[in-house]
Design a protein around this ligand. Structure first.
Ligand SMILES: N[C@@H](CCC(=O)N[C@@H](CS)C(=O)NCC(=O)O)C(=O)O
Length: 239
């Protein structure tokens, strides 16, 4: 009996959201297995022992084999499954351009958006404190710089990064932008090209994107509510 593709993810994480949308939009059958990072579920039990030795999300098992690293997972899916060509097109260097963006993303966009998310949301949530204003400012400057680079280096007068069709580069990038935008970063201030591109990508992804966004926002709010309760309890205990 063939084992179904299992996808382990946390929608608080940008690459998890990108791959989730990709799986759904490409109609690849998969079993969705949510793992909560804030509860530390990626550090224990079945996940640690039998799914991802790196203890990171996202991860998959396919035909019983384990695979981690979002870019490797994307390429595996594009290679092994039936995936619409536009996500990773062979023509006109589409694959190479997508790979170029994904490589740039790992060492630029992801670094900046992850740091901002950690300083503004994750660390305060885990430590039940308010964000450090200076740390958020420093991280915010890095995001400004990175979004300027993204706009200047990857966006053009056409709708999407590769031209008239959406690719995985767009999908991955919009989830990166959301990692800061969803927690209040003004990504579009003085960035009209970025705003136009964002609107086109969101529209093209349609309901797949909308439902994942909704769950991401719900998770942010739910955890924020718990954080405020925690702060109130800590405050009450100090009195
Ligand atoms: N380069 C990896 C990065 C994976 C990664 O760093 N995931 C983070 C998501 S926030 C994680 O699982 N962090 C948990 C930890 O470090 O304990 C990818 O693209 O999949």
């Amino acid at each position: 009996m063939t084992q179904p593709l299992k996808f382990y993810f946390d929608l608080l994480n940008q690459s998890s959201r990108a791959l989730y949308i990709f799986l759904e939009a490409s109609k690849i059958p998969f079993e969705a297995i949510p793992i909560s990072m804030v509860k530390g579920e990626h550090l224990t039990g079945e996940f640690r022992d039998n799914v991802n030795r790196f203890r990171k999300l996202p991860a998959i098992t396919d035909h019983g084999y384990q695979l981690s690293e979002s870019a490797a997972i994307f390429r595996h899916l594009a290679r092994e499954k039936l995936v619409p060509e536009h996500w990773y097109p062979r023509r006109h260097l589409g694959r190479s351009r997508t790979d170029e963006y994904l490589a740039w993303q790992q060492s630029n966009m992801t670094v900046a958006t992850t740091d901002y998310f950690q300083q503004k949301w994750l660390v305060p949530y885990l430590q039940k404190t308010r964000p450090s204003e200076s740390a958020v400012n420093v991280a915010g400057k890095q995001v400004e710089h990175t979004l300027n680079d993204f706009e200047q280096l990857f966006l053009n007068s056409r709708k999407f990064i590769l031209g008239n069709n959406i690719s995985y580069a767009d999908l991955s990038a919009i989830c990166e932008v959301d990692q800061t935008k969803a927690i209040g970063f003004g990504a579009f201030k003085n960035r009209n090209k970025l705003a136009d591109w964002y609107k086109s990508v969101a529209e093209e992804l349609g309901p797949y994107y909308k439902s994942v966004q909704k769950e991401f926002n719900a998770k942010l709010k739910l955890n924020n509510g718990q954080q405020q309760q925690g702060e109130a309890q800590a405050h009450a205990l100090k009195q």
